[in-house]
Design a protein around this ligand. Structure first.
Ligand SMILES: [Zn+2]
Length: 252
């Protein structure tokens, strides 16, 4: 079994021009079929761009290459779109769940706080990155609430997959934002999504980081330092991550 690391949305800063990032989605071969963690934007978003993408294109340089859509990459890896049986969402911003309609057969696993934030009236400026049409096909939703369990020292919710996977609430970037921990043989991959800056690196003042990403960055940095055996990834990674040779990881 294997995890594939996919860049499903390239987004480059205008200034500094060497800030080039991709949006990391994980395609996991599990005993329950393919599990996709986040989708990036969907094919339809390339044809009928939602306002939030047009805004992104003003502020950043977005190549908008439809080949980056998760479904296209699933097919080019030799799978069929319907092989993706489950989508786990870290949160429901357009760049993380826009591709749901490309996988109409998949069950969608998401924290219920996140779904409520997505469906409810906007309460903070980050809520404007929700695009309702992304679930207009009415997928089967599997909503999770806090369970009292823990993964490492984090409150966490066990997902129904083999290899072992946990939804790890890291609220802040959005009201129901979660990370996902995946067992990789004897170790773990901890995808903290948008709870931490690109590559967990330090390049912006702490107040700005907590405003945009939530309060977890110091703890996640300490966690990474204390657990060098655990691979930690973020929702947006430097583009050279995707150009490297670590685009798959064996699970067992
Ligand atoms: Zn986000």
């Amino acid at each position: 079994m294997t995890i594939h690391f996919l860049n499903c949305f390239t987004c480059n800063a205008r200034v500094p021009s060497n800030w080039r990032t991709g949006t990391l989605c994980l395609l996991i071969e599990s005993s329950q079929g393919l599990v996709l963690v986040d989708t990036g934007p969907g094919q339809e978003d390339y044809i009928h761009r939602p306002g939030i993408i047009r805004l992104f294109q003003v502020v950043t340089k977005v190549p908008m290459n439809i080949q980056e859509a998760a479904v296209r990459q699933v097919v080019s890896l030799g799978y069929r779109p319907e092989d993706v049986r489950h989508v786990v969402l870290t949160h429901m911003h357009f760049d993380h769940c826009g591709g749901l309609r490309d996988f109409p057969h998949a069950s969608v696993h998401v924290h219920k706080r996140e779904y409520e934030a997505f469906m409810g009236p906007p309460r903070s400026w980050t809520d404007f990155a929700y695009v309702r049409r992304h679930i207009s096909h009415q997928p089967e939703l599997i909503l999770y609430g806090d369970s009292g369990d823990t993964w490492m020292d984090f409150p966490a919710i066990r997902l129904p997959f083999q290899p072992e996977m946990w939804l790890v609430p890291l609220y802040g970037h959005t009201r129901g934002h979660c990370g996902v921990a995946i067992r990789t043989g004897n170790a773990w991959l901890f995808h903290v999504a948008d709870a931490a800056p690109v590559g967990l690196e330090e390049y912006a003042p702490q107040w700005l980081v907590s405003l945009v990403l939530g309060p977890h960055v110091p703890r996640l940095r300490a966690f990474k330092a204390a657990h060098p055996d655990i691979r930690v990834t973020t929702g947006h990674m430097w583009l050279d991550f995707f150009e490297g040779n670590q685009l798959t990881q064996k699970l067992s």
